[in-house]
Design a protein around this ligand. Structure first.
Ligand code: G3P
Ligand code: CA
Length: 263
């Protein structure tokens, strides 16, 4: 492909509530090459797609995600906080896919059955009270879906990422064939762009870091690494990262991003 991959950040999360099935189905309809999600463990050990440690911003619940069971979370409304118009579902009211918690298991199924090859970026969120169990549960789930060893003929390609170097190291140990991204919101002391640690081959710097260190992306790429940048929503930011030759663009707005790339 002659252009960078476009990943929908938490789904098409500018238009629809982040991490809902509706936001992911919209991103797939819009032609995103892949989608991004954050995962956390519930009290009873299920991986759910929620960004914040607490429920308060994106649902009508309160307190940490990690202290709730899946059944408790499934009773909450994860859509009504969003300013966009709710998806109507005929006489039934608002479409459930707009409102309900999404499990990673369900997202894997939705992406796998998209009818075309799709990439999925899964970010494990830390710190977590469950520590290494987050990566353990993730690898167990991916294994169940046959996704820990990438196969070119499989319609779903999974890449796992984290800001936590420890988490990425655990992933490298648990599933060495899985591609991994080391997310960067600042430059860790001792990081050498010429050689990412633990055999990691993709760096995921944020826009602020890319702007403050203009030589970072070229140095990473010159050393043979790939670079996925987040979160690229504005046209001027898109121009900047395109000029740097990044390999992946993580955006809340896949449709206008793709239009501009094809334009
Ligand atoms: O894709 C990376 C990006 O999502 C990291 O930041 O806070 O949106 O998870 P955050
Ligand atoms: Ca994320």
């Amino acid at each position: 492909m002659g252009r960078p991959l476009v990943f929908a950040h938490r789904g098409s999360s500018y238009d629809l509530p982040e991490h809902t099935l509706a936001a992911y189905l919209r991103a797939l309809d819009e032609g995103a090459d892949g989608v991004e999600c954050d995962v956390r463990l519930t009290r009873d050990g299920h991986l759910v797609c929620v960004h914040d440690r607490r429920l308060d911003r994106t649902s009508n619940g309160h307190g940490p995600v990690s202290t709730r069971t899946l059944a408790e979370l499934e009773r909450l409304d994860f859509g009504s906080w969003h300013p966009g118009p709710p998806l109507a579902d005929g006489d039934e009211g608002v479409d459930e896919s707009y409102l309900r918690l999404l499990t990673l298991d369900r997202l894997l199924e939705a992406v796998r059955t998209a009818g075309r090859p799709v990439r999925l970026l899964i970010e494990t969120k830390h710190p977590s009270r469950y520590g290494r169990h987050v990566e353990r549960r993730l690898v167990t789930l991916l294994d169940r879906h046959g996704l820990t060893v990438p196969r070119p003929d499989h319609p779903l390609q999974v890449t796992v990422m984290s800001f936590s170097l420890l988490a990425v190291r655990r992933l490298r140990a648990l599933a060495p064939a899985l591609p991994t991204v080391l997310l960067l919101d600042r430059l860790p002391r001792g990081l050498r762009p010429s050689r990412l640690p633990f055999g990691i081959q993709i760096a995921g710097p944020g826009l602020a870091l890319v702007r403050s260190h203009p030589t970072l992306v070229p140095a990473l790429r010159a050393a043979g690494n790939q670079v996925y940048v987040w979160t690229v929503n504005d046209p001027s930011d898109l121009d900047l990262v395109l000029a740097m030759g990044v390999d992946g663009i993580i955006t809340d707005r896949p449709a206008p991003t793709l239009t501009r790339l094809h334009g």
